[in-house]
Write a protein that binds this ligand. Structure first.
Ligand SMILES: Cc1cc2nc3c(=O)[nH]c(=O)nc-3n(C[C@H](O)[C@H](O)[C@H](O)COP(=O)(O)OP(=O)(O)OC[C@H]3O[C@@H](n4cnc5c(N)ncnc54)[C@H](O)[C@@H]3O)c2cc1C
Length: 343
C-alpha cells in the first residue's frame, strides 16, 4: 500500500499547477503526476509567444508564465512526479482510489483531479529517415528564438496557425522564408495567410522529400509535388540554413479514457462543482466540459479552485466551502515577511 494522499492531480498544465497551489492553501496532502518531463502543459507548444490575457499579469513570454505557475505550485511542497503517465484506476475500500502509472508504481489517494487538458502531446516528427540527427542543429519543431534565424534562409514545412505565424514572424529577420505545404489552402487566420502569401516564398502543394546534410547540419532539402507518387518527379533542390517543421501534434491520455468517466463531445462531463460521474473524482481545465466552459488559462484557474474545494468537501463534508482568502490568511504571515517587498 502506498502512502495515502488527500488529492492526486493528474496533469501539470495551468489547471493542475494552480490546483496544487490552492490545495496547499487548504492544507491538503497533494501529489501531482505529469506525463512529460516538464511542467506547464500545452503552454510549451507556444512558449515563445507573448501572453496578454491572464488577469493582472503584464504581457510576458509564455515560458515565463510556465516558470511562475510552476514556482507557485511548489509553495506548499506538494509531491511532484514528472515523466510518469497515469494509466489505470482501481477503487479501494472506504472510497479511496489507487492509480497506477506507466512505471508500474501505485498511488493511493482519497480524491483525484483529472487535469489532462489536451493530453500528453508530442510534436509530429518529420517522416524522413535520419531526420532526427539534425534536431540538435538546424531542424526545429518550434521557433524558440526568432533572432537566431537572422540573415538565414529558412524553410518552413506546414500549413496551420503555427507555421503561418512563424513565417510571418521570421519575414524581415531571416534573409528568405520559404513555406512548403502539402495543400493549396492554409488552416490559419485569413489575414495572416494573406500577409504570408505576400511576404514569403510559398510553394503548394509541395512536401519535403529529402534532407541533404553535411556533417551534422542540413545544407539543402528536396521538395516534391504532393500528388507525385513516383519519386523523382516534380522535384526541386533548395539550399537552406534552417528547417522548421510544424506538422501538428499527437496526443494520448493513457488508459484514462477507460476509467468509466462520462465523456461528452468536448471532454469529461462535470457538474457546476467540477464533479465527474465517479465519486471523489473531479475534472478541471481544458479537459472538463460544462455549460459556458471557458477554455483559457483563466478558466483553468477557476476550475482548479472549484475542484479543490469540491475535493475538500468530499473528504470532509463539514469543511468550509473555500480556503480563507490569501490577503487575510495567517498561512502567509511568515511568507509575507520573507518577501523583500510585495510583488
Ligand atoms: C495555439 C494555442 C494558443 C493558446 N493561447 C492562449 C492564450 O494566449 N491565453 C490563454 O489564456 N489560453 C491560451 N490557450 C489555451 C490554453 O493553452 C489552455 O486553456 C490551457 O493550456 C489549459 O490548461 P490545462 O491544464 O487544462 O491543460 P494542458 O495545458 O493541456 O495540460 C495538461 C497536462 O496533462 C498532462 N497529461 C495528460 N494526460 C496525462 C496522463 N494520463 N498522465 C499524466 N499526465 C497527463 C499533459 O502532459 C499536460 O502537461 C491557447 C491554446 C492553443 C491551442
Amino acid at each position: 500500500m502506498s502512502e495515502l494522499y488527500d488529492l492526486t492531480i493528474v496533469g501539470g498544465g495551468p489547471a493542475g499547477l494552480y490546483a496544487a497551489f490552492y490545495a496547499g492553501m487548504r492544507d491538503m496532502k497533494v501529489k501531482l503526476i505529469e506525463g512529460k518531463e516538464v511542467l506547464g502543459g500545452f503552454l510549451h507548444h507556444y512558449a515563445e509567444k507573448t501572453i496578454w490575457d491572464v488577469g493582472g499579469i503584464p504581457p510576458l513570454r509564455c515560458e515565463q508564465l510556465i516558470e511562475r505557475l510552476s514556482a507557485q505550485a511548489r509553495t506548499f511542497d506538494p509531491t511532484i512526479l514528472l515523466g510518469r503517465r497515469v494509466d489505470t484506476l482501481e477503487r479501494l475500500e472506504r472510497g479511496a482510489y489507487r492509480l497506477r502509472t506507466d512505471d508500474g508504481q501505485s498511488h493511493d489517494t482519497r480524491t483525484i483531479l483529472v487535469a489532462v487538458g489536451r493530453g500528453i502531446t508530442e510534436m509530429t516528427k518529420l517522416d524522413i529517415r535520419g531526420a532526427d540527427r539534425y534536431e540538435l542543429t538546424n531542424l526545429h519543431y518550434t521557433v524558440q528564438n526568432p533572432e537566431s534565424y537572422r540573415g538565414k534562409r529558412v524553410l518552413i514545412s506546414g500549413g496551420g496557425n503555427s507555421a503561418v505565424d512563424w513565417a510571418n514572424e521570421l519575414v524581415g529577420i531571416a534573409r528568405e522564408v520559404i513555406v512548403v505545404h502539402r495543400r493549396p489552402e492554409f488552416g490559419a487566420m485569413e489575414r495572416s495567410v494573406a500577409r504570408m502569401l505576400e511576404m514569403a516564398d510559398v510553394r503548394t502543394p509541395y512536401v519535403l522529400r529529402e534532407l541533404h546534410g553535411s556533417g551534422d547540419a542540413i545544407r539543402a532539402v528536396t521538395i516534391g509535388h504532393a500528388d507525385d507518387e513516383e519519386e523523382g518527379t516534380g522535384i526541386e533542390r533548395i539550399d537552406v540554413d534552417a528547417v522548421v517543421v510544424s506538422h501538428g501534434y499527437t496526443r494520448s491520455y493513457g488508459d484514462l479514457l477507460a476509467w468509466g468517466l462520462e465523456i461528452g463531445q468536448h471532454g469529461v462531463r462535470v457538474s457546476d462543482q467540477t464533479a465527474t460521474n465517479l465519486p471523489g473524482i473531479f475534472a478541471a481545465g481544458d479537459c472538463a466540459t460544462y455549460a459556458n466552459k471557458v477554455k483559457l488559462i483563466a478558466g483553468a484557474f477557476t476550475d482548479a479552485v472549484l475542484a479543490v474545494n469540491s475535493a475538500m468537501r468530499h473528504i470532509d463534508a463539514e469543511a468550509p466551502g473555500m480556503a480563507y482568502v490569501s490577503s487575510h490568511n495567517e498561512k502567509f504571515r511568515e511568507m509575507n515577511k520573507r518577501l523583500k517587498r510585495p510583488l
